[in-house]
Design a binder for this molecule. Structure first.
Ligand code: NAD
Ligand code: G6P
Ligand code: MN
Length: 441
């Protein structure tokens, strides 16, 4: 079995311990020769790196593992896969992304609306640098990217590196949803053959076929309408996530044709969702007090006791497993089907060719082979076109340093609508992001 060299960028991420655990669990199906982790934050990287040494000693002893904050050590010619999960500006900037819009009366969310706009304008620069760093050494390595807002990052990378066919942007939310359907239907997620279309954090499942070709979506819709919807791992989820999943019932009641991505709640019911958000205490605070604290405390405890046995540092298995089964499918040319983000190029007939869409594709060693979606209905097309225009203008605002395009982007966003409000929010975000954004003129 061929072995691969893997680099994790953002090795100090709160999601890394889960990914490392998945690497151990999947060592027989995805064989790694050398694993390196890179982060810009020495302290975060060291804590998770030292935890990893103990974990691997116990669960994957033959793995050649190291961690670093030195790019020279990380980017090497023999890399096969680069798994990316970085957060430019950290949680303190996420907090600003959420709180500034909320203080002005509009949705404040990490990837949707003006918060996603602000985060996107920060992520593009570091992601472009990352791609250049990887390509300066490893021309053929696959770059599998989780970094958010994935829709905007994907659009920017596609524009800047149009010939690069080995960058694949992915999101774990369709996978989380499929697992949640699986738990409801008492079925294995991998036995589903889903049809999905949209943009990242802005899409719908239209069909959910089983192995015999039966579409389970109508049954699933009835179950959701009858008894609501919860994440697969609801026992471990924070309250805000449970509320988000619960909103799926409302969306399906109003628009029963398809099953929505949970993020559509921000665009379809901004008024209702806004009432639930607390401008003084947002998801960033919940994460800093919850996941971040738990992950780092637990890693430190493991380092202190010197064993990872009985450690419960992993939350949400879907995240770590998903990026690895995607890598496996590419690495061993398995052609398994996953929902991923790709350049449209006719997959969805009546959407622009250059849109980065989220659809089902078979993943092979020669890249993704998407399944045609055909024409989509007017309602969804209208929503997607507005959102795509917003994303495109965001990337152009970044590339051209254009205040006008930034204003147009935010005015188009369904979470804002008013041009006056868009200007107010934009000006406040510019002020808060001085250290990160290009100057907008
Ligand atoms: P985090 O802040 O805990 O982790 C990010 C890490 O990246 C930090 O340790 C930080 O120091 C590091 N970093 C920042 N800039 C870097 C750079 N230029 N190079 C290398 N490392 C850098 O954040 P998190 O909540 O764990 O999330 C990590 C990323 O993964 C975020 O972008 C998040 O939005 C994304 N994410 C995406 C999905 C998805 O479905 N696409 C799911 C989960 C998380
Ligand atoms: C989902 C999304 C991700 C997002 C993640 C974590 O999995 O697909 O894009 O980063 O949720 O959100 P949280 O609010 O828990 O940090
Ligand atoms: Mn996502």
């Amino acid at each position: 079995m061929r072995k691969f060299n893997v680099l994790i960028v953002g090795g100090g991420s709160t999601w890394t311990p889960g990914l490392l655990k998945s690497i151990c669990v999947r060592q027989k199906t995805f064989s790694i020769n050398r694993l390196v982790m890179l982060d810009v934050n020495e302290e975060r990287q060291k804590t998770i790196g030292e935890f990893a040494k103990i974990l691997f000693k116990e669960e994957y002893p033959e793995l050649d593992f190291s961690y670093t904050t030195n790019k020279e050590e990380a980017f090497t010619e023999d890399l096969d896969f680069v798994l990316v999960q970085m957060r430019t500006g950290g949680y303190s900037m996420r907090e600003q992304d959420e709180k500034i819009p909320l203080s002005l009366g509009v949705i404040g969310q990490e990837t949707c609306g003006p918060g996603g706009f602000a985060y996107g304008m920060r992520s593009i620069k570091d992601m472009v640098e990352l791609v250049k760093d990887v390509r300066s050494k490893a021309k053929d390595a696959w770059i599998l990217n989780y970094t958010n807002p994935a829709a905007i990052v994907a659009d920017a990378l596609q524009r800047i590196f149009p010939e690069d066919k080995k960058i694949l942007n992915i999101c774990d939310q369709p996978e989380n949803l499929l697992r949640s359907y699986g738990r409801l239907l008492n079925m294995d997620t991998r036995d589903f053959d889903p049809v999905y279309f949209g943009l990242n954090h802005f899409g719908w499942f239209t069909n959910l076929y089983d192995q015999e070709g039966n579409d389970l979506l109508p049954k699933l819709r009835d179950m959701i309408l009858e008894s609501g919807f919860r994440p697969v791992d609801y026992e471990q989820r924070d309250k805000s996530w449970l509320e988000t999943y619960a909103m799926v019932e409302q969306i399906v009641r109003d628009f029963p044709d398809y099953l929505p991505n949970t993020y559509l709640q921000y665009y379809l019911y901004p008024d209702k969702v806004l009432k639930k958000l607390n401008p003084e205490h947002t998801r960033a605070n919940e994460v800093m007090e919850g996941r971040e604290k738990r992950v780092f405390e637990e890693c430190k405890r493991v380092i202190e006791v010197g064993t990872s046995k009985d450690s419960h540092v992993v939350h949400n298995d879907a995240h770590g497993e998903f990026i690895l089964i995607v890598a496996e499918s590419i690495a061993y040319n398995k052609g398994d089907n996953f929902v991923v983000i790709l350049k449209n190029d006719g997959i969805i007939d009546n959407l622009p060719k250059d849109a980065m869409v989220e659809v089902a594709a078979s993943l092979t060693a020669n890249g993704p082979r998407p399944y045609a979606v055909g024409e989509i209905p007017t309602f969804h097309k209208g929503l997607i076109e507005g959102q795509f225009a917003y994303e495109k203008l965001t990337v152009e605002a970044y590339l051209e340093g254009s205040y006008q395009k930034a204003l147009q982007a935010l005015t188009l966003n369904r979470t804002i609508v008013s041009a006056g409000k868009a200007r107010e929010v934009l000006d406040a975000l510019i002020e808060a992001n001085k250290d990160f954004w290009p100057e907008l003129k």
